[in-house]
Design a protein around this ligand. Structure first.
Ligand code: NAP
Length: 314
């Protein structure tokens, strides 16, 4: 941090997914004029999904990016301030709290952390090398490039099933590579994927290498057996990774308490963290539900907690 005087706000919200934007709506309506630092992925993970069918109020479903756009418009109507900046340093040891972004410095009395989570990678050298060259972590962003091609998707959860189904719009065949013989995904998505003629399953298999090069793209994946069978090579031109997420807590992990898998710990049922006036909402503190609607709900709770805490400081 520099010595210059930072712009002061009573409440700053880090993150702009459904948690951050709902916190912005509630705190804006409480006249707190919150500053929302939108972060590296404005709108959060909803911006890389297509149809959201389970957010209440939209009987026909709604596209993820549209949902966050209208959430943002709703909170701006009540005076939330939005900056497309990424927080790079957060000082929580002294008050007022200070935040340095890529372009400015701010201070605040209360802070809501709604920085969400990021897609995990398997951790293979070939995966890192070919990311963007046939390997992708976002079917909705990149599926279009695989028209009439065979692709693989790694994972057995809701994301993997949803993305596998989405990919069948373009790909000629989608192989789900899952390390067990049972899916983790919800029943409705399992049933849809299992009934889809274009989707095949490579059960009890783990990708150990993605074959190909940057010039020609992906040509296949080496699949090890998790139950002692022979290794096989799956020919494919795209590999999509959908193996879950890790919470975005790098900026606070040393100051705030995290659980064994890195999620921020709050004083349930509130959204209070171990620091006075610092609250957490959404995927960054929720290892269990991780839904847009639960994120929005916890964003609402964080705004109410922050508002009550600020009142007590006056
Ligand atoms: P998830 O539920 O954590 O599932 C991750 C999947 O990847 C699991 O099947 C896991 O295998 C597998 N996996 C993890 N690490 C792996 C590795 N290193 N190598 C190979 N496979 C690995 O994550 P998610 O599917 O992203 O879903 C996250 C949350 O969002 C869930 O709560 C989900 O319900 C929700 N979500 C909901 C919807 C919807 O309702 N429409 C859509 C998307 C996501 P194991 O099963 O063996 O652990």
């Amino acid at each position: 941090m520099t010595d210059s005087t930072p712009q002061h706000h009573r409440l700053i919200i880090l993150g702009s997914g459904p948690a951050g934007l709902t916190a912005a709506l509630y705190s804006a309506r409480a006249n707190l004029e919150p500053l929302v630092l939108e972060g590296a992925q404005p709108g959060g993970q909803l911006t890389i999904t297509t149809d959201v069918e389970n957010y209440p109020g939209f009987p026909e479903g709604i596209m993820g990016p549209e949902l966050v756009d209208i959430m943002r418009q709703q909170s701006q109507r009540f005076g939330s301030i939005h900056r497309y900046e990424v927080a790079e340093e957060v000082v929580l040891e002294t008050r007022p709290y200070r935040i340095r972004t890529d372009t400015a410095e701010y201070s605040c009395d209360a802070l809501i952390i709604a920085t969400g989570a990021t897609a995990k990678q398997i951790g293979l050298e070939s995966e890192a090398e070919l990311m963007g060259y046939g390997v992708s972590a976002c079917a909705t962003c990149d599926g279009f490039f695989f028209r009439d091609k065979e692709v693989a998707i790694v994972g057995g959860g809701d994301t993997a099933m949803e993305e596998a189904i989405f990919l069948t719009r373009f790909a000629s065949k989608v192989t789900v590579v899952h390390r067990r013989d049972e899916l983790r995904a919800s029943k409705i998505l399992q049933d849809r994927a299992l009934a889809n003629d274009k989707i095949e399953f490579a059960w009890n298999r783990q990708v150990v290498e993605i074959l190909g090069n940057k010039k020609d793209g992906v040509s296949g994946a080496r699949l090890e057996s998790t139950v002692g069978e022979e290794e096989v090579t799956l020919p494919c031109e795209g590999v999509f990774i959908a193996i879950g997420h890790r919470p975005n807590t790098e900026l606070f992990a040393e100051v705030l308490t995290t659980n064994e898998v890195g999620y921020l710990v709050v004083d349930e049922p509130t959204t209070r963290t171990a620091r006075e006036g610092v609250f957490a909402a959404g995927d960054v503190m929720d290892p269990s539900y991780r839904q847009a609607v639960t994120a929005a709900g916890s964003g609402c709770k964080a705004a109410l907690d922050a508002e009550r805490w600020l009142e007590l400081q006056e």
